[in-house]
Structures are given as structure tokens and as C-alpha cells.
Design a protein around this ligand. Structure first.
Ligand code: ZN
Length: 418
């Protein structure tokens, strides 16, 4: 392992919290009796990782996924593939049908529909290509059954409801295909509501316009079809309105805590509380820029590398340009202080103290910009567990964070469908 270990508890507890913890009022892992006196051995982290069922709630897929150009059945240059999941002890992953935001007209909807279809087919190619290693799961029971067989579980999440266009009835189709959460928006407002990051190029108003009538119909359709409402990327006002309207618990599939890192993509305390009150779960995300302030030298260097190698954009770059860009970024992260897995776990700690151990989970956003030093691909999954053990979370609590909570919510949403 190449990452530098950090001292346990770099995140000072407020005094009031310390006294609450001491009296056992707060249900966090900080229980002196179970707390290791020295550092947690790597082997102990691996042992715990292999005993639990773990779910990463947000992993994207690259271009040409599940073809000879990017075969997730072997070790790839991507952050996630089947060997890395096995090597890291990751049991299950939501793979994402992602669509970037475009114009709100029939032409835009048509392009979006084709884009989403392509992503869905790519994920299904993986599932069909490696049936002995992986299976599609649509219920918590199916996730557990695959885990018991030693196979990885693939779950489907949709990021951005934009490709639904004006066809709310398509929600039933996606539910039948196995999609179990839908993020209402992405970067930029859409036909359903406001984004946390309005896109001026698309003509977005700076303020979140709130959940539209179509957005209200969408939330109701998601509830009716047993699909979790995902509020990551959703504007604050739209998020709170959707959470109030939803009959079922809502999730944030990949967001951080705004009190730890002030970023538009993160959830403030009122939003965290609303997720808890709905019975849902906030999946903290290991995305450098949402976890902590990026070192200015790294930020500047990455900008220069992008200007050199990605001047026509990510999708237009040649494989050589992409490789040079990635190597340059890696260099910078070794030269200057990188955002670490310990800083990521600070978000988990904060959310657990704010809304309770039963309402928090874990996501990487791998292959979609995510990753931190120490957890920069799926093979390093146990490093998150190790950091949680350093902070004295119990095995039961770690299992809850690593998927138990999310599967509970998934089951409840399924039960509330009609
Ligand atoms: Zn995202």
C-alpha cells in the first residue's frame, strides 16, 4: 500500500459530543472498550472486510464498457472491474446509467434516451459475459444470495432522470429492467427540478426553481414502482420538496456533508436531517473536491495538464493523451498533499453524529471522478474499513455503513410500492 497512514481521530470531537459519547447517548463507534490501542493491522481490516457484505452505492462505467476496449472481467485501467472488486472485498456495486444534461426539447430527450440505453446495455453485457462471477440483483435478498454464492452483485442506478423526457410511464420499464434508484437531476436543471449546480450554458436560473409538476409525478411514479428517489446532485429546494413528497425513504447515493466541506454538491444539516426523517440514508462520497479543499499546487497543475492533453475535451482525447494526463495527475498527488481516506471518513463521522449510524453509507463515485488517496480504486476498499476500525466503529456498525443501511432502505421502498 502506498498511502501514508494518518493518526487516528484527526477530527476533533466537539466537547459536547465527547460527553454524549462517554455516556453512550450517541450511537457511534466510539466505545473505549473496543477501541484499539495502537494502529489497526492491515490483516485485521482485510479479515473484517471479508466477513461483511459491502455495497458501493455509486460507480460509473467508462466508454466502450464491457467490450474488448474495456473488459471489466480483467484488470483494467479503470478504478473498478471484477478483479478489483474481488481483490478489495467489495461485494456489490450500483453501476450507473448516467446521462449528462442537455437541452429540454424532443431532440435533447431523444439523444439522452439513446445515451442511457447505451449505458444500460453496457452494464448488461458485463452481467451476461461473466455469469459465474457476477449477477444482477434487484432486491436485497438477491444481493445476499449472490454474496452467499461468492459472486459479485451488480445493481442498477440511474443518474439524471432527463432521458425519461416527457414519458413518466417509462419509469415502469426501467423498474422492470432492474433500476433501483433514480437521481432526479445532474449538473444543470431539468424538466423535473433544480440542480445543486445550475448550468449557465443551458440557460439555467441561478436559483433552484423547485420540484416541477413533472417532478412531482416522477417522485410518485418512483414510489409506485419501488425505485429509491436519489437526491444527490439535486438543488436544495427541489431536494427538500421531493423528500417531503416521497411516501418512501429517500437516499443521497453519493454526496458529502456540507459542514465538513462547504461545496454545492454536499448536504447541509437540514438536508441530512430530512433524509433521516424520511427513514433514508446519506451515502458519503469519496470525491476529492467534495471531501476537502484540494491543494492549490495540485489544482493548478491539473488545470495545466488538462490544457495540454484534454484541450478538445475528455471524450475527444486519444488513449495516449488520456494516459499522459492521468500520469501527470498521479505525479502531482504524490508531490503535494492529497485528499485522504481519513478526510473522507471525517464525513462519515460527522453524518453519523448528526443523523445516526442507521442513516449513513459509503460511495466512491469511481470512474466518475471519485477516489481519494488510500481509496482510489475498488481493490483498496478495505482501507475505508481500516479507517473506520481506527475510529472504533464496531463490526456491526461497519457492516451497517457498508451496505446494511442501504439494503434496509431498498427493502422498505420495495415494500411501499404498489
Ligand atoms: Zn454524480
Amino acid at each position: 500500500m502506498t498511502y501514508r497512514t494518518t493518526p487516528a481521530r484527526p477530527f476533533p470531537l466537539p466537547l459536547r459530543m465527547v460527553s454524549l459519547l462517554a455516556t453512550g447517548v450517541l450511537a457511534t463507534g466510539a466505545q473505549a472498550a473496543q477501541c484499539p490501542s495502537g494502529d489497526v493491522a492491515e490483516a485485521d481490516a482485510w479479515a473484517l472486510q471479508s466477513r461483511i457484505l459491502s455495497v458501493d452505492s455509486h460507480i460509473d462505467i467508462g466508454e466502450h464498457y464491457a467490450t474488448s476496449k474495456l473488459d471489466p472481467g480483467g484488470f483494467t485501467t479503470a478504478q473498478n472491474d471484477l478483479p478489483k472488486m474481488r481483490a478489495g472485498g467489495l461485494s456489490a456495486a450500483f453501476l450507473i446509467v448516467f446521462t449528462p444534461q442537455g437541452t429540454l426539447d424532443e431532440a435533447g430527450f431523444g439523444r439522452a434516451r439513446a445515451f442511457a440505453e447505451d449505458k444500460y446495455q453496457a452494464i448488461m453485457r458485463l452481467v451476461r459475459a461473466y455469469p459465474a462471477q457476477v449477477g444482477l440483483a434487484t432486491t436485497p435478498g438477491e444481493v445476499r444470495a449472490l454474496h452467499a454464492q461468492g459472486r459479485r452483485a451488480v445493481l442498477l442506478g440511474m443518474e439524471n432522470a432527463y432521458p425519461l423526457g416527457n414519458r413518466i410511464e417509462d419509469v415502469a420499464l426501467w423498474a422492470k429492467r432492474g433500476v433501483r434508484y433514480v437521481g432526479l437531476t445532474h449538473l444543470g436543471h431539468n424538466q423535473f427540478g433544480g440542480s445543486s449546480n445550475p448550468d449557465r450554458k443551458l440557460g439555467d436560473a441561478p436559483d433552484d426553481p423547485g420540484l416541477t409538476d413533472a417532478g412531482k409525478a416522477l417522485v410518485q411514479a418512483l414510489n409506485a414502482n419501488g425505485i429509491m428517489v436519489d437526491v444527490s446532485h439535486v438543488g436544495r429546494r427541489t431536494m427538500l420538496e421531493a423528500t417531503r413528497l416521497s411516501r418512501a425513504p429517500v437516499i443521497a447515493s453519493h454526496s458529502g456533508a456540507r459542514a465538513v466541506r462547504d461545496n454545492l454538491r454536499n448536504l447541509d444539516d437540514e438536508q441530512l436531517d430530512a433524509i433521516r426523517d424520511s427513514g433514508g440514508v446519506a451515502q458519503m462520497v469519496a470525491y476529492r473536491d467534495y471531501v476537502a479543499e484540494i491543494d492549490p499546487a495540485i489544482r493548478k497543475g491539473v488545470g495545466e495538464l488538462a490544457a495540454t492533453y484534454l484541450s478538445k475535451g475528455w471524450l475527444e482525447a486519444t488513449p495516449e493523451q488520456l494516459a499522459a494526463f492521468k500520469a501527470g495527475v498521479l505525479d502531482l498527488r504524490q508531490k503535494y498533499p492529497d485528499v485522504t481516506v481519513a478526510q473522507f471518513v471525517d464525513h462519515i463521522d460527522y453524518a453519523v453524529r448528526r443523523i445516526g449510524i442507521g442513516h449513513v453509507g459509503i460511495s466512491s463515485d469511481f470512474d466518475g471522478g471519485g477516489g481519494v488517496q488510500g481509496w482510489d480504486d475498488a481493490a483498496q476498499t478495505a482501507n475505508v474499513t481500516r479507517e473506520l476500525m481506527r475510529r472504533c466503529y464496531t463490526e456491526k456498525q461497519i457492516a451497517a455503513l457498508w451496505g446494511g443501511n442501504l439494503l434496509r432502505v431498498m427493502g422498505e421502498v420495495e415494500a411501499l410500492a404498489r
